[in-house]
Design a protein around this ligand. Sequence first.
Ligand SMILES: Cc1cc2nc3c(=O)[nH]c(=O)nc-3n(C[C@H](O)[C@H](O)[C@H](O)COP(=O)(O)OP(=O)(O)OC[C@H]3O[C@@H](n4cnc5c(N)ncnc54)[C@H](O)[C@@H]3O)c2cc1C
Ligand code: FES
Length: 281
Amino acid sequence: MKIIETNTLLQALGVKITRLKILAPAIAKKASPGQFIALMVSENGERIPLTIVESDIEKGTITLIVQEIGLSTKLLGAMKEGESLYSLVGPLGHATEIKNYGKIIVIGGGVGIAEIYPVARGFKAAGNRVEAILGARTKDLLILEGELRKVSDDVKIATDDGSYGRKGFVTDILKEAFTQHPASSAEYGLVYAVGPIPMMKAVSSVTKGFGVKTLVSLNALMVDATGMCGGCRVTVGGKVKFTCVDGPEFDAQGVDWEELEKRNRVYEDKEKHICKLKNIK
Ligand SMILES: Cc1cc2nc3c(=O)[nH]c(=O)nc-3n(C[C@H](O)[C@H](O)[C@H](O)COP(=O)(O)OP(=O)(O)OC[C@H]3O[C@@H](n4cnc5c(N)ncnc54)[C@H](O)[C@@H]3O)c2cc1C
Ligand code: FES
């Protein structure tokens, strides 16, 4: 649980993303793409879920990439090398079913790019042609482009302001890939997307129109992360699912996006209040 290495991956325009390497040999040994850990920074803190971006069995380390958005992620981002987490549990959740679909598209938006990286790597190793579409508000907020290029056959980038890659959204590039010639969408066995909820929702609506299987990894709020509290409840295909034990991946077409958006805002005011009390900006 000791932090072996920490470095700032990106700090711009009020966004800070940190990469942490943590000594956790038992987790490193078992981790597969798509899985996550739950950690507590301190005894009085909350438990937060983070994707296992990389694991090194020989060194016994796992790599996490975290964007500071609220109290716990800010406290984690401020931790120093040599310090230890209060608790760390994992690997959690179902691993991605890695198989050869032939040709797949992975889509990452913002810090979601860190979450698609292990999955892209797994699909590439399984012999797929992996096409990555990465999205960011602007060039300075794009992460892991080099890493994704190493595990993808093609990388396309969309920025909201056109400062890098194509001006527009990841869905614009996705639609182009599907409509290059009449048979295009039928060539893809899978689209896998992780990012902000509006992005995943938009991807799911595009792929629905073309009938392409689509998986999303849902960032539901979690409390215990072990299936006991119901905090991460989502509705998929009309059925209640717990993201921590039934997910985090689900068929995008069945997700009740409005419910997820509403539930993810539930502690917003309280978190802001605590940040203010602790003078954490
Ligand atoms: C399976 C899984 C894997 C994840 N992997 C990563 C990862 O690799 N890197 C990473 O940076 N983040 C990841 N997250 C999201 C991360 O867990 C949250 O950002 C974190 O819990 C926020 O805690 P906080 O106390 O800092 O923020 P809070 O103060 O709790 O939240 C601040 C603001 O962000 C919103 N928010 C909080 N949690 C989430 C969430 N889960 N999704 C969307 N909005 C949220 C709140 O409503 C509030 O508006 C993952 C989430 C899940 C469920
Ligand atoms: S976080 Fe408690 S059931 Fe999933």
